[in-house]
Ligand binder design. Structure first.
Ligand code: TMP
Length: 219
């Protein structure tokens, strides 16, 4: 098995759970400790995967089939692993990734009802044996999350919701349930963080979980 000296941490949750804000705050806190941090996201993280992201999220692409969607996420992931994640982990960096394989299980598996075994096989193929040490699910109720996502879009003057934000409440509830279910199945890797309420409190919860994971990785 390849030896990678870095630490790979992923962040998951429904729309509007606050991942992006919290990842930025965490990165800043870790950098203040002089730790080498790379912040990245899926789908995306490098030029080719960003092009795939644009196809996936474009509200005009309503004709994309669930199978095509799954393969595009896997393709974006394979490129991202090769270009960004593996090199950073080889250099001993802490990689903070906004969404990863669990999102495919939640959205394409439980949201779009695609076969979970096939998704896991594709995830394994795309990931080339790289898995996160720690995954933080920022948990929030669906109404609060979607209200936040919509007000964020309004502030940034986005005309349209993306293809996922436009889905029903029931779809987003299935995604939330899927993440919680994954956390019960893999409690050693997946920690659920209460993402409701004050941003400082959420940050402190995340920071504590991450410091614990980094110190475990170093021992
Ligand atoms: P973001 O809004 O958190 O940047 O994520 C982009 C969207 O892509 C989000 O609605 C979730 C979705 N997604 C999937 O459906 N499957 C995946 O594998 C990933 C990584 C994201």
């Amino acid at each position: 098995m390849e030896q990678l000296s870095g630490v790979f941490i992923t962040f998951e949750g429904i729309e509007g759970c606050g991942k992006t804000t919290q990842i930025a705050r965490l990165a800043e806190s870790l950098r203040q400790q002089h730790l080498p941090v790379v912040v990245t996201r899926e789908p995306g993280g490098c030029a080719i995967s960003d092009k795939i992201r644009a196809i996936l999220l474009d509200a005009d692409n309503s004709a994309i089939t669930p199978e095509t969607e799954l393969l595009l996420y896997a393709a974006a992931r394979a490129q991202h692993i090769s270009e960004v994640i593996r090199p950073a982990l080889q250099q001993g960096k802490i990689v903070l990734c906004d969404r990863f394989c669990d999102a495919t299980i939640a959205y394409q598996g439980c949201g779009r009802n695609l076969d979970i075994t096939t998704i896991k096989e594709l995830n394994n193929y795309a990931c080339q044996k790289i898995t996160p040490q720690l995954t933080l699910v920022l948990d929030i109720d669906v109404n609060t999350g979607l209200t936040r996502a919509r007000s964020r879009n309004a502030k940034s003057q986005l005309q349209n919701e993306d293809r996922f934000e436009a889905e029903s409440l029931n779809f987003h509830q299935r995604i939330r349930d899927a993440y919680l279910d994954l956390s019960y199945k893999e409690p050693q890797r997946i920690a659920v963080i209460d993402a409701s309420g004050n941003q400082d409190d959420v940050h402190n919860r995340i920071y504590a979980a991450v410091v614990h994971s980094i110190s475990t990785a170093n021992n």
